[in-house]
Design a protein around this ligand. Structure first.
Ligand SMILES: C[S@@+](CC[C@H](N)C(=O)[O-])C[C@H]1O[C@@H](n2cnc3c(N)ncnc32)[C@H](O)[C@@H]1O
Length: 473
């Protein structure tokens, strides 16, 4: 099963989101947001389309009526999501050159925020951990519709050889169901093959229920999105609206470039990505360039990556504890795992600086993997400073961390939350206004990488909302 749309720590985050509610007004300085934001005591024009321009040019918002309002309500209640029609943008399926089977490729140069796909599920199920309901729904549809069955059978399954699977045409993939007589009955419905297809291709995640506290788990099989390969340095991001998957370019993408998404959280070092998730959950070894580079440094980073894996969960718990201690601000020394975790980041930074032959982008990929080691202490310090009324402390590394995250995993809501916190801090620091302006622009860009091209006032409100998640990965 792939495509965990929320990672395993999401329930922990859900529990602390109510606590963060208290921090929100602290962290976010964008009250009364509009295209003109009162940054740094004077009005600053937000870059991007102005409010009277068409909503979401080139993004899903221009096709899906009411999308912005739904996003601003935190995609909740999910049952009230606006209906979305299927859409295929400038993409086609082709074979990958290095044995990863088929993949999705851009048919023209596209800018970050461009809508690539809108895809409704072939079938979906809720609170169905064994995917039995999903299987039954797919079998029922396949029995009624041979084209549906043929489309589903073009998806990879465990017996299929990645190199031998046919490359389906976009016309075939886009065909709506037809009458059974239009197609022969040469393929028969095989539930065990369909279950195998579900296990390899379906996406799962959680919807926030109406009260925002509880969640409904869902699992869906999507046709064209199933042909998108994973990369630990993706260039596209997906958004689930109701049950519909919307895919946007998270960076500029060139004609012919492969479009990739992440099946797992990739804000982690190689060891953790491979051991705990990709190989174990999805049964393949990632062949992306970031993995190849990190693999070549495996030996020199083995001690720090091991320490990272051992400390991560403990440090995460400490960050959560620090943020929940509202009335009794802790001291930094109360968090020993976070302190040790922070030392990992310094060690990694100095080692990658001394590694000759690494490009700037490759350094950013590695830094992004270890960014949580930096962020734990940064978040706790900011929190303590706030509650003890101390002045905020500035550390230029935070901007480097954001750049590393944006280069490696663009279109990430946690990065947007981090960006919003940084802008809020720079507003309080006299000499950091210019940095704040630059980071704010990064926020608008990150927003379009996640949600597509939206009006700038909507982006600003989404930045405000983003602080509901803790930017610790
Ligand atoms: C959901 S399918 C993606 C489409 C698939 N390539 C196809 O032809 O149907 C997932 C499978 O694609 C391959 N794959 C996807 N991303 C990969 C990556 N980064 N490295 C190696 N194989 C990958 C693996 O075989 C994986 O089981």
């Amino acid at each position: 099963m792939r495509g965990t749309l929320v990672n395993s720590r999401s329930s922990a985050r859900a529990r602390i989101s109510s606590v963060l509610g208290r921090c929100r007004s602290i962290q976010c300085q964008f009250h009364g947001a509009s295209p003109k934001i009162p940054l740094f005591g004077k009005e600053v024009e937000a870059e991007g389309p102005s409010a009277d321009e068409d909503e979401g040019k080139g993004g899903a918002a221009s096709l899906v009526r009411g999308l912005s309002e739904f996003l601003l309500k935190g995609c909740s209640p999910w049952r009230e999501a606006p209906p979305c029609a299927d859409y295929i943008g400038p993409v086609k399926v082709a074979r990958t050159p290095d044995g990863r089977g088929r993949g999705l490729f851009a048919t023209q140069d596209v800018r970050a925020g461009t809508l690539l796909l809108i895809s409704n599920p072939m079938a979906m199920s809720y609170d169905d951990p064994h995917r039995v309901l999903l299987l039954m729904r797919l079998v029922a549809r396949a029995q009624d519709d041979p084209l549906f069955l043929k489309q589903m059978y073009c998806l990879a399954h465990t017996q299929s050889s990645q190199d031998e699977m046919e490359v389906p045409s976009m016309d075939f993939l886009a065909s709506p169901p037809r009458s059974p007589s239009d197609y022969g009955t040469d393929v028969h419905v095989d539930p065990s093959r369909i279950m195998d297809i579900i296990m390899l291709n379906s996406f799962e995640g959680e919807f926030k229920d109406d009260n925002q506290e509880s969640k409904t788990w869902f699992c869906g099989l999507y046709l064209i999105p199933s042909l998108i390969n994973h990369s630990c340095h993706r260039n596209a991001s997906r958004l689930i609206v109701g049950g519909t998957m919307i895919l946007h370019a998270a960076t500029d993408i060139q004609k012919g470039e492969e479009i990739t998404i992440t099946y797992i959280s990739t804000v982690a070092p190689l060891e953790l990505r491979h051991k705990s998730s990709l190989a174990m959950k999805f049964g393949f070894k990632c062949k992306c360039k970031r993995c190849i580079v990190e693999d070549s440094l495996r030996h020199s980073l083995s001690d720090v990556s091991e320490m990272y894996c051992n400390l991560h969960d403990k440090a995460f718990d400490e960050v959560r504890k620090a943020i929940s201690l509202v009335s009794h601000p802790p001291t930094e020394s109360s968090f020993s795992a976070v302190a040790q975790f922070r030392s990992i980041f310094d060690r990694v930074s100095s080692r990658i600086r001394s590694e000759y032959g690494l490009s700037e982008i490759e350094r950013k990929w590695i830094m992004a993997g270890y960014s949580s080691a930096y962020l734990g202490k940064w978040l706790i310090r900011g929190y303590i400073a706030r509650f003890s009324k101390k002045p905020a402390i500035w550390d230029d590394t935070i901007v480097e961390v954001v750049e590393a995250l944006r280069t490696t995993i663009p279109g990430l809501p946690h990065t947007l939350s981090l960006i919003t916190l940084i802008v809020a801090i720079t507003q309080r620091l006299e000499n950091k206004h210019e940095i704040g302006k630059d980071v704010f622009k990064m926020g608008l860009a990150e927003c379009s990488g996640i949600y597509g091209n939206l009006r700038s006032d909507v982006c600003i409100k989404l930045m405000e909302k983003s602080t509901e998640v803790i930017p610790f990965f």
